[in-house]
Design a protein around this ligand. Structure first.
Ligand SMILES: C[S@@+](CC[C@H](N)C(=O)[O-])C[C@H]1O[C@@H](n2cnc3c(N)ncnc32)[C@H](O)[C@@H]1O
Length: 277
């Protein structure tokens, strides 16, 4: 379906972003399709880096819907949507697009640094009880390591929550080893939530820096009782015109069923996406 330019904020993205949007939409479809009542009484979607709802593909000028609207455009919707973005033009464009296309949806828009939004987000989540179980899927889609503090994920993880996290392994980490290694730079420490990472990196041999960061992030998620996420289970998204790896999408759940949905999501999606061995 062709989407017309509605004159609102329209970020430009590379054509590979469509793979990410497809994965989010497929995962949301499987998640809500299976976890809907009576299993769980309330399903919530959080997009910590929500964007504007539409984006323009640089290479083709095509306008596409992005993660936030893809998470709504599914057969069984979530009961509640919480969208956070630091950019007020993105946030207000998304709000207008949701109001125009999905006025009936229970949606909340928080315009600030998502790392400062946790109390607000937690306030908006319905209260969980034995008779009213609340399950959340949180999509975490930063541009770069610096956008996300692990403490944000840690605080949210106190609720029943699965995460899909874009780890900018290649487009950021691998390109910036030198600045991130500087003792005064706390970007990596903040992203993986561990102050002593430099000691382990010193022993990592010739491992890629991006892969090291992914493994550190996953190890910290495991400490929060999430299932192990091997690098081979993540999706590697490439700029396939240049055959250049960009980032990895890593999925975290405390339950085997979540991992099963992620596996199925990968299976159903674009063959252009390569998986790590
Ligand atoms: C890679 S884009 C993701 C967009 C969105 N998920 C989508 O599918 O279009 C990153 C978004 O995060 C926003 N952003 C960057 N840093 C942020 C922060 N610290 N807190 C909240 N939003 C942030 C940017 O304004 C941008 O819209």
């Amino acid at each position: 379906m062709t989407i017309e330019n509605d004159g609102l904020q329209l970020p430009e993205v590379g054509i590979w972003a469509k793979e990410k949007y497809d994965l989010v939409q497929t995962y949301c479809t499987l998640f809500t399709g299976s976890m809907k009542p009576p299993k769980w009484q309330s399903l919530v979607y959080i997009d910590l880096f929500a964007g504007a709802g539409y984006a323009k593909i640089k290479e083709t000028s095509e306008i596409v819907t992005t993660s936030a609207l893809r998470a709504i455009d599914i057969p069984h919707r979530f009961d509640k949507y919480i969208f956070c973005d630091i950019n007020d033009q993105n946030s207000s464009a998304l709000q207008k697009r949701v109001a125009q296309h999905y006025p009936e949806v229970d949606s909340h828009f928080i315009c600030c640094d998502s790392n400062n939004a946790v109390p607000d987000i937690l306030n908006k989540l319905p209260a969980h009880s034995k008779d009213f179980k609340v399950l959340t899927f949180c999509f975490v889609d930063p541009f770069k390591l610096d956008n996300l503090a692990f403490s944000t994920i840690e605080q949210l993880s106190k609720r029943f929550m699965d995460f899909l996290v874009l780890v900018p392994t290649d487009m950021d980490a691998n390109r910036n080893v030198t600045p991130y290694m500087a003792q005064t730079n706390n970007t990596v420490e903040r992203f993986i939530g561990k102050p002593d990472w430099r000691d382990r990196w010193a022993l990592a041999g010739n491992k890629q820096f991006g892969l090291f960061i992914l493994e550190e992030f996953s190890a910290h998620m495991q400490e929060l009782d999430y299932k192990p996420q091997q690098p081979g289970e993540t999706v590697l998204v490439r700029n396939y015109q240049k055959n250049a790896p960009l980032y990895r999408l890593a999925f975290y759940s405390r339950h085997d069923l979540g991992k099963k949905f992620w596996k199925e999501t990968k299976k159903q999606n674009d063959p252009q996406i390569s998986f790590l061995d």
